[in-house]
Write a protein that binds this ligand. Structure first.
Ligand SMILES: Nc1ncnc2c1ncn2[C@@H]1O[C@H](COP(=O)(O)OP(=O)(O)O)[C@@H](O)[C@H]1O
Ligand SMILES: [Mg+2]
Length: 255
C-alpha cells in the first residue's frame, strides 16, 4: 500500500520521510485572557492536550517524481510540507532531503510588508540562496512574470494576497530548483495566473529532474499535473500510489 509504484523508482531518493509524527500542544481549556493564562501557569494548573497532526507517516519520493498530497481540511498536508521544508521540526521521526528546496508554503513567509516589492524580491531571493548579481539579472523577468511592473516600488502591505503569491511564485521558479513544494497558497491568484503557474510547473517538470510535491484543493489539477498521489487523512497515511487510483479512492469516501 505504501509502495510508490511509479516509473521513477530507479532514480535516486529526493525526499525521505521516516516515521514522522508531529505533535502540537493545545490548551485543554479556553482561557479568556493573558492574565488568566499566567495565573494558571503560576499555579501549575495549565494543562495541554497533545494533538497529533501527523502519525508515523513514512514515504520516499524519487528524483523527478511529481507527487500530489491530498486529504480533507486539517489532515496535516501543510504540516507535512513544513516538516519537509525544515520550517517545523518533527516531534518524532526524521526527514532527509537531497537537494535544494524552493518552498511555496505560507503566503508572505520571507516577505516584509513594510518593504517595497523590489526590496522584497531581493530579500526573498537572498533567503532562497540567490546572489545579488543573479537577482539583478533576473529582476525584470520576475516582475514580468508576476505582472506587477507598475507596482515594484509600492510597499508590499498595499498588495493583495494574490499579488504577493504572484511574486513568491515568480521568485521561487526563476531557477530550476531540485525540489519544488507548492501548498494551496497558489489558489489565491486569479484563474489566469493559476494557469500560468501551472504551465511553468509543467515546464519545470518537462525540462528535467525537478521533484514536485504539490497540494491543491482541486483534484482535477492534481490529476492533471501529478503521476502519484499520497493521501493523508487526519494525520494518517491512508493511501500512496498512482494518482488515478488514489484520487478515485479519495472521491469514493464522499459518495
Ligand atoms: N502550529 C500549530 N499549532 C497547533 N495546531 C496546529 C498548528 N498547525 C496546524 N495545526 C493543526 O494541525 C492539523 C493539521 O493542519 P494542517 O497541516 O494545516 O492541515 P491541512 O493543510 O491538511 O488542511 C489541524 O487540525 C490544525 O489545526
Ligand atoms: Mg493546508
Amino acid at each position: 500500500m505504501s509502495s510508490s509504484s511509479s516509473n521513477r523508482d530507479h532514480e535516486p531518493l529526493s525526499i525521505e520521510v521516516k516515521d514522522v509524527t508531529m505533535i502540537f500542544n493545545m490548551a485543554s481549556e479556553s482561557l479568556t485572557n493573558l492574565k488568566e493564562y499566567f495565573i494558571k501557569m503560576a499555579r501549575h494548573e495549565l494543562f495541554f492536550e497533545e494533538f497529533k497532526a501527523l502519525k508515523n507517516v513514512s514515504f520516499d519520493i524519487h528524483r523527478g517524481e511529481v507527487v500530489g498530497l491530498v486529504g480533507t481540511n486539517g489532515s496535516g498536508k501543510s504540516t507535512m510540507l513544513k516538516v519537509i521544508a525544515g520550517v517545523l521540526e518533527p516531534s518524532e521521526g526524521q526527514v532527509v532531503v537531497h537537494g535544494n528546496i524552493a518552498p511555496l508554503i505560507e503566503l508572505g513567509a520571507g516577505f516584509d510588508p513594510e518593504l517595497t516589492a523590489r526590496e522584497n524580491i531581493y530579500l526573498n531571493g537572498a533567503l532562497l540562496g540567490y546572489t545579488k548579481e543573479f537577482i539583478d539579472s533576473s529582476f525584470d523577468e520576475i516582475v514580468d512574470f508576476a505582472e506587477l511592473s507598475d507596482f515594484v516600488d509600492m510597499p508590499l502591505k498595499n498588495f493583495s494576497s494574490g499579488m504577493v503569491a504572484r511574486i513568491a511564485f515568480a521568485i521561487a521558479t526563476i531557477t530550476e530548483p531540485d525540489i519544488l513544494i507548492v501548498d494551496e497558497t497558489l489558489s489565491v491568484g486569479d484563474v489566469f495566473f493559476q494557469e500560468k503557474c501551472e504551465r511553468r510547473i509543467q515546464k519545470l517538470i518537462n525540462s528535467g529532474d525537478v521533484t514536485v510535491l504539490f497540494v491543491s484543493h482541486s483534484m482535477d489539477q492534481v490529476e492533471r499535473i501529478c503521476e502519484r498521489a499520497i493521501w493523508i487523512e487526519k494525520g494518517d497515511l491512508r493511501l500512496d500510489g498512482p494518482v488515478d487510483e488514489v484520487c478515485k479512492a479519495y472521491r469514493e469516501q464522499f459518495e
